[in-house]
Design a protein around this ligand. Structure first.
Ligand code: NAI
Length: 328
């Protein structure tokens, strides 16, 4: 039988964790034949709640779950992990400014980057879901100098999936008929969901839609502000969909994108599409055997250019802020 794949999840007692752990344990990531060992990190006051979640994992009797370890020390929990899903983060509290938020998260992702650098498996891949995801990934990456930088990514797959769903609803197509969606930039309200290269049933999506006003005034804001709409409706932030996207992103990273399609992932910019080098910027990427490549050669018109530049500028600001705090 196969050796278990060790998957770390941070913030495991949180909302996303409550959905994510059960999907991971039941084989959604690597299928029914690959056992998973879960390594769960929480802050000390949340460990008791996490013990309860582990009791529930036990009670599912998942055949793919090889074992579970919990703790509050990243140097123990990240030991030998092949995949680290960094979900836990400090939420913005009352009266907290953006700088305070970056600083609080900076402390978390500095420590976790160092711990991964010291103890993770040689093949580790690190996916950051906790917000501000792109900049948290930048901090972790910078603090893990021995791990190749292309092993870090931040989650924009939820935005990607939201965009597919909106385009499917608009065109009456099935989600499986929609290919080549692109999310550019930051996982924030400045992100740019782009359908100009997308396809609906093999035809260019923007031509099928043929409604620039819908793209500008409906599609883009609906996708970019979907998180806030869910908070308004549900009273708490998206969790099951974020967990599902976290799995989709990790699965496709490890197992590859199908021919004729791509996914969106925030990865270290190499300067492609005029994005400043070194930012963790969401691009359309193809993946194969645990590696990704930015899709090249897409034509970018003035409308798209302005949106791609605006979200890059926001990421450059965040980078400068954490640099100013000495976190990178
Ligand atoms: P939550 O507040 O329910 O859970 C977060 C958990 O992280 C808590 O249990 C907390 O104790 C833990 N935590 C805090 N600091 C930690 C540390 N240093 N080490 C380990 N665990 C720590 O939040 P939820 O709803 O599960 O969301 C988690 C994060 O994901 C948030 O930052 C949220 O903004 C982000 N998110 C990102 C999305 C994306 O698309 N990239 C979508 C939705 C949420």
């Amino acid at each position: 039988s196969n050796a278990p794949v060790k998957v770390a999840v941070t913030g495991a007692a949180g909302q996303i964790g409550y959905s994510l752990l059960f999907r991971l344990a039941s084989g959604s990531l690597l299928g029914p034949d690959t056992p998973i060992q879960l390594q769960l990190l929480e802050i000390t006051p949340a460990l008791k709640a996490l013990e309860g979640v582990v009791m529930e994992l036990d009670d599912c009797a998942f055949s793919t779950l090889a074992g579970v370890e919990i703790g509050d020390d990243p140097n123990t929990i990240f030991d030998g992990v092949n995949l680290a899903l960094l979900v836990g983060a400090r939420p913005r509290g009352p009266g907290m400014e953006r700088g305070d938020l970056l600083e609080a998260n900076g402390a978390i992702f500095t420590a976790q980057g160092r711990a991964l650098n010291a103890v993770a498996a040689d093949d580790v891949r690190v996916g950051v879901t906790g917000n501000p995801a792109n900049t948290n990934a930048l901090i972790a990456m910078t603090n893990a100098p021995d791990i190749p930088s292309e092993r870090f990514s931040a989650l924009t797959r939820l935005d990607h999936n939201r965009a597919i769903s909106q385009l499917a609803a608009k065109t009456g197509a099935k989600v499986t008929d929609i290919k080549k969606m692109s999310i550019w930039g930051n996982h924030s309200a400045t992100q740019y969901p782009d359908i100009f290269h997308a396809e609906v049933g093999g035809k260019n999506a923007a031509e099928v839609v043929d409604d620039q006003a819908w793209i500008e005034n409906d599609f883009i804001p609906t996708v970019a502000k979907r998180g806030a709409a869910i908070i308004d409706a549900r009273g708490s932030s998206s969790a099951a969909s974020a967990a599902s996207a976290t799995i989709d992103a990790a699965r496709d990273w490890l197992q590859g994108t199908p021919d004729g399609d791509w996914v969106s992932m925030a990865v270290k910019s190499d300067g492609s599409y005029g994005v400043p080098e070194g930012l963790i910027y969401s691009y359309p990427v193809t993946t194969k055997d645990g590696s990704w490549e930015i899709v090249q050669g897409l034509e970018i018109d003035d409308f798209s250019r302005a949106k791609m530049d605006a979200t890059a500028a926001e990421l450059a600001d965040e980078r400068d802020a954490v640099k100013g705090l000495g976190l990178i």
